[in-house]
Design a protein around this ligand. Sequence first.
Ligand code: TIU
Length: 228
Amino acid sequence: MPVTILHAKPYPFEFDPATTALVVIDMQRDFIEPGGFGEVLGNDVRRLAAIVPTVARLLAACRGAGMTIVHTRESHRPDLADCPDAKRARGKPRLRIGDEGPMGRILVAGEPGNAILPAVAPIAGEIEIDKPGKGAFYATPLGDILRLRKIERLLFAGVTTEVCVQTTMREANDRGYDCLLVEDATESYFPEFKSATIEMIRAQGGIVGWTATCAEVEAALGPHTKGG
Ligand code: TIU
């Protein structure tokens, strides 16, 4: 296989773009814009918007290299049959999952607030996964789709670092994937949780995986990248 070497921590990450997917987690209005699920949980959502240009750059680099691209959305069925009572009650929010908010029903598939931001939205041919949990493998076809495409390694971006991104990386790690988190293409409502997550992923020789910056991914993919 043609090996691409990415300068990463704790040591170089070797991959073939043909068998590597970029997984962009939950870049949805519900988490990044006021009035969605993130804000009703009591978070200041403004810090998440800052990574949108970096996620767009990462998407461009991975698209240019012909990689498989996966986008996830945390979302529930309109009848909430896939939403555990425990999840709906957690935190006693002002508006709960399924309630009508300023961007439509909170965290419900198809509602305006559940959409991925236009700057990082899926394009034709990319895989979209609606997931009822924090991890993208739970109760979704993601594992089967990656297996059919013979994907062996995953690059991760999206929000939030310590919740849906980390949960999905741990699910993927246990399923045998080598995982790399793109540090500046992920964000948390809590800066200290983001930095702690990055540290814990790459500690102990990469117990969960690797980390690298978007520029390091771009540098590694450079020869493959079409049109910048
Ligand atoms: N609350 C929080 O930090 N995150 C979530 O509820 N979901 C995701 O991380 N996508």
